[in-house]
Design a binder for this molecule. Sequence first.
Ligand code: G1P
Length: 309
Amino acid sequence: MTEKYKKRMIRKAVIPAAGFGTRLLPATKAQPKEMLPIVDRPAIQYVVEESLHAGLQDILIITGKGKHAIEDHFDRNFELEEELRKSGRHSALDEIRTLTTQARIHYVRQPVLLGLGDAVRYARDHVESESFAVLLGDTLLRPAGSCLKKLVEIHQRTGDAVLAVEEVPADKVERYGILEVDGGRDGEYVVKRIIEKPKREEAPSNLAAAGRYILLPEIFDILDALPPGKNNEVQLTDALQVLAQRGKLRAYRFQGKRYDVGNKMDYVLTIMEYALARPDLKGLHEALEAMLRNGVDVMDEDFPAQGES
Ligand code: G1P
């Protein structure tokens, strides 16, 4: 392996997970949104597993107030392990042990929620002079790992920062970082411009930042110099725009599906899809079909005015 490639190796993943999760209140009042279960695993476990699949075992989770459950989840629990061992539940025991032994997880707290760009700044001391991956804690990708592996490969080949993108419907561009790009061979682009949550009429395309990034340590100085952007927050997108202007930002349209578990509708649909894909829940398809065939009553009394979805 040449020196250049060694320097571009990615060993560290950063998972920002400090946000409040207001769109899933009251479930997220005393519990991090990243800990809400997708079937029987908390959402953030899938993100950690994705990082492991791509060979990144050193993981820094950026937490904040009220996020202790994340630390407990990835810690060992000797009483529970003993209980599982005594009752012969070896596969459950293996699963909880494998995760805690494979991943080397570190934590840093973002004291004030000043935006995704600000959160990433707290990774500086941990990543030091290495390039690193960023995986948003409320976004899941399937198949796990293949997108990240490809981003790493593009970074190693080009030396540039890279982000995963997907096409979104025109009426959803206001939720995402949206790109103007060149190229497109094999799903790879050079990014000419990226803009955070543009109005529909100002969006340069429907290619959206999909929550996975490979960044170089130069990003920290760029973030430090940024004025607050959209919603008065320090936006990672604005730092990426600086790289785009320098011609040093690439994008990759990944093959697969992205799941946003930070809002009610997508959260419920994510659970459904993950459950339907699970071999241990084989009868679910038929059960759901029967439920829909029989119809579901709208229960206004049980669920009065629910607000945004
Ligand atoms: C963040 C990024 C945005 C990106 C999105 C993907 O926004 O700022 O550029 O498209 O994640 O989920 P957020 O969802 O945190 O508002």
